[in-house]
Design a protein around this ligand. Structure first.
Ligand code: ZN
Length: 372
């Protein structure tokens, strides 16, 4: 048996309080890849929290039967700072109250570390690069609670072969963000997670957690060194899609992916062939509210829409003649409506949904992460 649980102390937010991370580690006797998973870096995105509880319970049983290979590190809640940001009973877990921004932006880029090692020794091994990355993480500043949290999470993850960051949207289908270099692996993950959408990008912009793990490898890819970390952000539907049945199925999906990668040595279970639309992140249309008022969708999540098709209406509450007081929202692309906003009272210009199309769009959403 290899399962251990660590408790890592974090800076206190105020006198008389304590913060800490729990870390579950499975270090099998049989060597193999290192896998890292975490949930709720955006602390108001909870499906992954329950999924990882189910996953850890399964892994403990598999570990007892010696059916694991390599190392699996799981941080079941990645952001105790954000989970504590409650106002009037609502957790506001996307942006830090400390004015340090979105919790999933501004992660460090260690490209200079791997490039420096390459310049010193073009024959550097993957392990030598990983050692360099570990040393760079150890030098990160820890002067604020958030800086310390980031350095702590990176110390656990930076040398992993596989990094999965579990998030969710407002209302959404399961979808996966990954680098276009890792299409095959992403589609395998999508099959395991029954994710109908895979969004591929080069550099998503904003420096999210997953980019911190792949950029150092991309920086040296011309040397012939393999991109040695598969990293993906898995969006587990909408924030209210939290129940044991979904979480159990998602945990099994993660196990099936680990089985496919020969890390879990037990047969995959409950695989259902899923039709996966793999497309460019720049082919995602961010649907904007065309007016201020109450939003009424005419298309449902998961529906295919045509370019120019009516997808929603905004009801103008100031209209003297309500029968005429509606403003249409038309789709600017052909594709699948895969996320919608939960808010029904919207302002003109609000991002109210996303459509995964197949053609790169020349609009403001292209070329970067879609929402702040
Ligand atoms: Zn998120």
């Amino acid at each position: 048996m290899s399962h251990t649980v660590e408790q890592i102390a974090l800076k206190s937010s105020s006198p008389g309080t304590q913060r800490f991370l729990k870390v579950h580690k499975f270090k099998a006797a049989t060597p193999g890849p290192k896998v890292y998973m975490q949930a709720a870096l955006h602390a108001d995105e909870w499906p992954g929290l329950l999924t990882l509880q189910h996953l850890i319970a399964e892994l403990i049983e598999l570990d007892k039967r010696n059916l694991l290979r390599g190392e699996i590190v799981i941080v079941p809640y990645a952001n105790p700072i954000g989970m504590d940001q409650r106002i009037n009973g609502v957790v506001l877990g996307r942006h830090s109250f400390s004015a340090e921004g979105n919790f999933n932006r501004h992660w460090p880029d260690f490209s200079a570390v791997t490039k420096g090692l390459l310049a010193k020794d073009p024959q550097s091994s993957v392990e030598q690069y990983r050692q360099g990355l570990r040393e760079a993480v150890a030098l990160l500043p820890t002067h604020t609670p958030l800086a310390e949290l980031k350095a702590t999470l990176l110390a656990l993850s930076i040398d992993a072969d596989i990094v999965l960051d579990l998030h969710c949207d407002l209302q959404a289908l399961v979808h996966i963000y990954a680098n276009y270099r890792q299409r095959q692996e992403s589609e395998l993950l999508a099959q395991c997670m029954r994710s109908p959408i895979v969004l591929l990008e080069d550099e998503p912009g904003g420096s999210p957690f997953d980019a911190a793990h792949i950029l150092p490898w991309i920086a040296i890819e011309s040397s012939g060194c393999p991109v040695s970390c598969f990293t993906a952000t898995v969006e587990l539907r909408g924030f209210a899609d939290v129940d044991d049945e979904l979480a159990k199925a998602d945990a099994q999906g993660l196990l099936n992916f680990l089985t496919a990668r020969d890390i879990v040595q037990a047969p995959a279970k409950d695989m259902i062939e899923t039709k996966v639309l793999t497309t460019d992140l720049e082919a995602v249309d961010s649907v904007r509210a065309t007016a201020t008022g109450i939003l009424c969708w005419t298309k449902q999540l998961g529906e295919w829409v045509e370019k120019g098709e009516l997808i929603a209406q905004v009801v103008n509450l100031e209209s003297d003649t309500p029968a005429q007081g509606r403003t249409a929202i038309y789709s600017r692309t052909q594709g699948m409506l895969f996320t919608t906003n939960i808010a029904k009272l919207v302002c003109e210009g609000d991002n109210v949904g996303k459509i995964a199309g197949t053609q790169v769009l020349k609009n403001e959403a292209g070329g970067g992460l879609l929402s702040l």
